[in-house]
Design a protein around this ligand. Structure first.
Ligand code: UT7
Length: 318
């Protein structure tokens, strides 16, 4: 059984920065309400010349340059996303060309909504081999395309962005102890498929999703710790999906963790679905706060209602 480590990170935040005051000009909201109820102050949207694909490519290239590995030894390119520029070819297939990955690389997109990143890591762990020990996991979301800018209860929450990691598998690395699940078919968070009736938007009953999140997150963290034979003291970082600052604070309190171990960047970027966790990892890296040997517990939750997490080590970063 091979475990995986994260050996490099990358991210891309698109150019258009939108403040709470900007949104208060188009819906009945205020900076005060948004900050108090969510912790969000700004978010990034796709700007001129930027697409889902350009974000994914930029994040992936940064992670690959930092990893400095033989690309022929990449076994898989996995993109987690609610949807890219095309239904087919997938974002992962277009990355294969842009990054000049070998033809025999498993390339696919997967949708586990905001829980996508831990799902992607678990799949990556299953796909790496002794001969080809590397995998690329890219989480890329263009939520501004799925946002109903007449609905104040959702449009203030979301942002666009991409995060990427390169993982390396080895028999000496522990299993990431991923626990993945779904409280399935919940109508409290959905986006319609393509219809003739017009664009598809995110619909969310915020309070119901909030209750789901505060119920499942501490349980998910505890299950992962139990499976790994670790305690919260063994963690260097808790990196959660950034949906609401109050959800993160609740998990920290429930787990009786020092609050400074739970990384937050929601104020700058808002909720970017599956891209939140790898972008947070890259922010930590760029702040010099992610080093080899560290243990990071990642937890995601969202549409589906999916949830999942894993405990992953950092390697190759001095
Ligand atoms: O990424 C997927 C996972 N998503 C989540 O985890 C989201 C979980 N849910 C949440 O984070 C929170 O429920 C929200 C941030 C979405 C909403 O916060 P809340 O404290 O649950 O507010 P609420 O929905 O209970 O609404 C309270 C009030 C309502 O007014 P009344 O009925 O009390 O008069 C809303 O109409 O706030 C009103 N409201 C707003 N007011 C100003 C809702 N949105 C806004 C707004 N600005 N943008």
């Amino acid at each position: 059984m091979m475990g995986i480590k994260i050996i490099a990170t990358g991210s891309y935040l698109p150019s258009k920065v939108v403040t709470n005051d900007d949104l208060s000009k188009i819906v009945d909201t205020s900076d005060e309400w948004i900050v108090k109820r969510t912790g969000i102050r700004t978010r990034h949207y796709l700007g001129e010349g930027e697409t889902h694909q350009t974000m994914a490519e930029a994040a992936a290239k940064q992670a690959l340059e930092r990893a400095n590995i033989d690309r022929s030894k990449i076994a898989a390119c996995i993109v987690t996303t609610l949807g890219g520029d095309y239904i087919t070819p997938t974002c992962a297939c277009m990355l294969q060309a842009a990054l000049e990955l070998e033809e025999n690389t498993a390339c696919f997109d997967m949708n586990s909504a905001c829980a996508g990143f831990p799902y992607g890591l678990k799949l990556a762990q299953g796909l790496v081999t002794k001969e080809r020990p590397y995998a690329l996991v890219v989480s890329c979301e263009a939520l501004s395309r799925l946002t109903d800018f007449t609905d104040r209860s959702t449009c203030v929450l979301f942002g666009d962005g991409a995060g990427a990691v390169v993982v390396e598998g080895s028999e000496d690395t522990p299993d990431i102890c991923a626990i993945l699940g779904s409280r399935s078919n919940q109508p409290v968070l959905y986006i319609d498929g393509s219809t003739e009736e017009g664009p598809s938007y995110i619909h969310m009953e915020g309070q119901a999703v909030f209750k789901f999140a505060v119920d499942i997150i501490p349980r998910c963290i505890q299950w992962i710790l139990d499976q790994a034979g670790k305690t919260v003291e063994d963690l260097d970082w808790l990196v959660m999906h950034q949906a609401n600052e109050r959800i993160i604070d609740h998990a920290v309190k429930k787990m009786q963790m020092p609050p400074e171990k739970a990384f937050k960047n929601i104020a700058k970027y808002g909720n970017m679905s599956s891209a939140c966790i790898p972008i947070a990892l890259n922010d930590l890296y760029e702040a010099g706060q992610l080093r080899s040997g560290m243990r990071v517990l990642c937890v995601g939750f969202g549409g589906g209602l999916t949830w999942g997490g894993c405990l992953i080590e950092i390697g190759g970063i001095s």
